[in-house]
Design a protein around this ligand. Structure first.
Ligand code: NAD
Ligand code: IMJ
Length: 257
């Protein structure tokens, strides 16, 4: 199933062992992929290098997505080392903490700019950099991670909801641009999972409880379940799927009440 033998991938968004991007890295590496992993800053380098010890011959590179120069250097290194690229996983999101509490109407111009730059524009710039390397392989697959807060209101998700709406729209425009080059672009909308991006969010535990009570499957999802769907979408098995938001949320999105 979903074999990645001989495939090369770039995974952006690993912070620690709980990161959804790390679960995806393990899933595709376990099916034979060779990976480049990036870390956001020196603070996270050691984490990523330690996790990557279980991978075969990984490429570990710095990448703060707000730096065009760092993004360019990532692709120069991948071009040198891999000579092409088959898939890209975008698992990056950030808004200043103060924006994730209190009323959305108080969102600052700077908080809005940062959230959309890091969480949505980065898909555009990372995908653009990947295009020549994917074209060299006759096509590729790009996948991003989103949340239902793009479509409905969740307490405190605030400007991240707006950033995820922009991310999903960007995903569709990229799918349209790049389809002719056989590059597919999709998103997984995951249910809530306790990761670093969920830590310290007030009310997060009660949101998990609401999913347990109301999702059709009456439970929350784990990162490995997101990773299994990600492996499918990143692989040739999904060769006719592009421009899609694929829900891995126990069915929660289907409910009205
Ligand atoms: P995480 O904190 O492990 O991952 C977020 C990543 O974003 C981190 O690795 C962090 O280093 C990276 N990042 C932030 N700013 C960056 C920058 N300027 N440059 C480079 N990297 C930067 O948490 P996660 O839950 O695994 O989040 C991964 C993705 O999944 C995010 O897009 C998030 O919105 C999405 N998601 C998470 C959940 C959830 O409940 N945890 C649900 C749905 C979607
Ligand atoms: C985050 C905030 C509020 C409600 C939330 C979340 N719900 C879920 C999340 C209901 C599921 C997690 N999520 C989907 C995210 O995309 C989180 C993004 C995020 C988290 C932080 C925390 C630390 C910080 N900035 C952040 N920026 C983005 O300083």
């Amino acid at each position: 199933m979903t074999d990645f033998t001989g495939k090369h991938g770039l995974i952006v968004g690993v912070a620690n062992k709980r990161s959804i991007s790390w679960a995806i890295a393990r899933a595709v590496a376990g099916r034979g992929a060779r990976l480049a992993l990036t870390y956001q800053g020196e603070r996270l380098e050691e984490n990523v290098r330690e996790l990557a010890q279980e991978l075969t011959d990984p490429l570990i590179l710095p990448c703060d997505v707000t730096s065009d120069e760092q993004v360019a250097e990532v692709y120069r290194a991948i071009g040198r080392e891999f000579g092409g690229l088959d898939f890209l996983l975008h698992g990056v999101a950030f808004a200043p903490r103060e924006e994730l509490e209190g009323p959305f109407v108080q969102t600052t111009r700077e908080g809005f700019r940062i959230a959309l730059d890091v969480s949505a524009y980065s898909l555009v710039s990372l995908t653009r950099g990947a295009v020549p390397l994917m074209a060299a392989r006759g096509g590729g697959s790009v996948l991003t991670l989103t949340y239902l807060g793009s479509e409905r209101v969740f307490p405190n998700y605030n400007v991240m909801g707006v950033a995820k709406a922009a991310l999903e729209a960007a995903m569709r425009y990229l799918a349209s641009d790049l389809g002719p080059q056989n590059i597919r672009v999709n998103a997984i909308s995951a249910g809530p999972i306790k990761t670093l991006a969920a830590s310290g969010i007030s009310g997060f535990t009660s949101i998990l409880g609401i999913y347990r009570d109301h999702a059709p499957l009456r439970r929350t999802v784990d990162a490995e379940e997101v990773a299994a769907a990600a492996a499918f979408l990143l692989s040739g098995d999904a060769s006719a799927v592009t421009g899609d938001v694929f829900y891995v949320d126990g069915g929660f999105h289907a409910m009205g009440m």
